[in-house]
Design a protein around this ligand. Sequence first.
Ligand code: ATP
Length: 297
Amino acid sequence: MNYPCQDCSQCLEAPAKVNLTLDILGKRTDGYHELATVMHQINLVDRINLKRGGTELRVSSNSALIPVDEENLAYKAAQLIFEKFAVREGLQIYIEKNIPVGAGLAGGSTDAATVLYGINHLFGLGMGLETLLDLGARIGSDVPFCLLGGTALACGRGEILTPLTEGPPLHMVLVKPDFQISTREVYQAFRLEKVNKSPDNPAFLAAWRNYDIINVAQEMNNVLETVSIEEHPEIALIKQQLLASGALNALMSGSGPTVFGLYASLEEAGRAFKNMQDKYKEAFLVSSYRRSERHDG
Ligand code: ATP
């Protein structure tokens, strides 16, 4: 769930996610892939401001990289609820975009999830989590996880969620190379026979439960690297650079192209960040997104 941001009481934080594991078990008859992925929220956040009034649904943003019409996932989320509850009033949605776009960090999905949550409160609609999750799944596969938050194993096409315990706090350096990747194209190009080693999710979950950061790092694995690295060898180079800077392990998130390195401490991550910042325009020092860090407003 999304809480008012720390900087003001008016807007809601929409955190990005990384995939700590991502396995594809096969293709389904509905065209989607059957997934088993561990998702984890990080403290790289968009900020969403919702204001009732006017007669229209409007989206605006500080970013020129996202659509502000009905193609925006936040707009779609608002439209879905307004249709369901026959809301006639207008709503202004402002998105302060900090999460890189088309990066494998679920930027659009988290905005949509936050708008669902925010409208439910702002208009006093009284929807429970199950209803919000159902609506979220209609907008996109990552939206249910973004509503649930924290860390979770996501199966099916991403909507079958098993929440995990809080686990060890993670400190990471994220690097987003200077290009975007289409999630759809990566999934279309995926070939199971090109995967040498699939993630061992039970081993990952055991390490997670034991707060065993070394084995958490060891078990990080994403089968979509087989597609994205072949098309963009720079992803493999960034992984090498993160490992050389002291990361316990480095992995591409989702369908990429963002790569993250996981470090044993915030200090080590901080040192590596300084290094990567000199090489890449979009480098971020991030940690796990903790609910306890938010205030309930
Ligand atoms: P995922 O990890 O869920 O696959 P992503 O991080 O790779 O997503 P997004 O940043 O969500 O990708 O952007 C994917 C596309 O969605 C972009 O091309 C963008 O035009 C569109 N989009 C629509 N609404 C938004 C939004 N609110 N924020 C970001 N992108 C949006």
